[in-house]
Design a protein around this ligand. Structure first.
Ligand code: NAD
Ligand code: GLY
Length: 369
């Protein structure tokens, strides 16, 4: 097991990464201030992992209640949040109850927001079981629900007390979800770590084959990069926005098609191609770097073209992004592989050209490569 740290002074916390960590209940037990816990999971992850975690905690004398959510991005809503609050209220959970999120990013974001708000804040632990959640959403304290008018629009910055990323859980992950998680892994290399990007180019097949050693390296390197950014800019007033490479485009795809049609990671993958294309049009990166970005995303099996929403609709949806300032769309662009920057404004013709060039001709909404 490797233990990384998110260095946030009095709210610093460990991120444990390794295979078989859910077989070690001590890791979770040590995070509880009192023997009371609310597990938040969904109907898919409950039988796979959450049942056995609940049983192990109960066996160690912990009083456990479980909130089981329906599965899917379309349920990342106020209604699901209310289901968690209601489960906790009915069970008379107090302020010393620890919320334990077991699942992917949807469960983690919802459980984190519930923990931030229940009785004005209770501790929570992230137990991410998707690649995307292990490399991204479980670390850094962004919690949220979607609103029909925009993704992740309602939420809070609220850090967990611990993250336990068991690589073994990735063995049951559907192929499409694995690929979606790899988009966020590639993002970390692209924005801040050229060497890691080169490693990914050489090792993407090992990751797709789920070799534990390769997965452990990709997860821990991604977490180290993200933890470093969060430690210097927890509330995204500066460099944390770099972690949104591809996301302004991607969120437009997700919202434009309806949440859940494309996976978040799929939308981010295509969004990174759009961002790289725009960076190339603006002379920030060369055609060779753009080709390398496209080639790695293609090898990962992620969609290379966005759905045909119409350029005006893309721009309208992108203008709802949280990074918008004074009505201007602010985008994360590449200056080279491994170095990204925030562009405070973008020439509209170039942005339109990148959108037009990177959407599918067909009217199909399927996420196909
Ligand atoms: P997800 O939570 O929907 O999980 C994907 C699917 O995998 C679901 O059907 C889930 O039930 C299933 N699943 C989970 N673990 C499994 C396992 N081990 N075996 C088999 N099936 C399993 O999706 P996700 O990709 O994990 O997360 C996407 C969400 O994360 C989005 O809502 C996105 O906005 C959010 N996100 C948040 C942050 C953040 O910083 N908070 C960062 C990135 C993404
Ligand atoms: N996933 C972007 C962030 O955590 O800031």
């Amino acid at each position: 097991m490797q233990t990384l740290r998110v260095a946030l002074s009095d709210r610093a916390y460990p991120v444990h990464v390794g295979a078989g960590l859910l077989q070690q209940p001590r890791l979770l037990l040590d995070t509880l201030s009192k023997p009371r816990a609310t597990i938040v999971t969904n109907e898919t992850v409950l039988p796979l992992y959450a049942h056995s975690v609940a049983a192990a905690l109960q066996g160690a004398g912990v009083k456990v209640v479980t909130a089981v959510l329906p599965d899917g991005e379309e349920y990342k809503t106020a209604k699901s949040l209310d289901l968690i609050w209601e489960t906790m209220l009915r069970a008379r959970c107090d302020r010393q109850t620890t919320v334990i999120a077991i699942g992917g990013g949807v469960v983690g974001d919802l459980a984190g927001f519930a923990a931030a708000t229940y009785m004005r804040g209770v501790p929570y632990v992230q137990v991410p079981t998707t690649l995307l959640a292990q490399v991204d959403s479980s670390v850094g304290g962004k919690t949220a629900i979607n609103h029909p008018l925009g993704k992740n629009m309602i939420g809070a910055f609220y850090q967990p007390v611990s993250v336990i990323a068991d690589i073994a859980t990735l063995s049951s992950l559907p192929e499409r979800e694995l690929r979606a998680g790899l988009a966020e892994v590639i993002k970390h290399g692209l924005i801040l770590d050229r060497e890691f990007f080169v490693w990914l180019e050489a090792n993407i097949e090992r990751l797709l084959a789920r070799e534990p050693e390769a997965l452990t390296h990709a997860v821990s390197r991604s977490i180290a990069i993200k933890a470093g950014v969060v430690a210097i800019d927890e509330r995204e007033t500066g460099p944390r926005a770099l972690l949104n490479l591809g996301h302004t485009f991607g969120h437009a795809i997700e919202a434009g098609l309806g949440f859940g049609t494309w996976l978040h990671g799929e939308a981010v993958g295509t969004g990174m191609i759009m961002a790289a294309d725009l960076s190339c049009r603006l002379g920030r990166i060369g055609a060779n770097d753009l080709q390398r970005v496209r080639a790695l995303i293609a090898k990962t099996g992620l969609p290379l073209q966005g759905p045909n929403l119409g350029t005006d609709r893309y721009l309208e949806l992108m203008s709802l992004d949280k990074k918008v300032a004074d009505g201007r769309i602010r985008l994360v662009l590449l200056d080279e592989i491994g170095r990204a920057a925030i562009a405070e404004s973008t020439p509209p013709e170039a942005l339109r050209a990148s959108l037009e060039h990177n959407v599918s001709d067909s009217t199909s909404t399927a996420a196909t490569n």
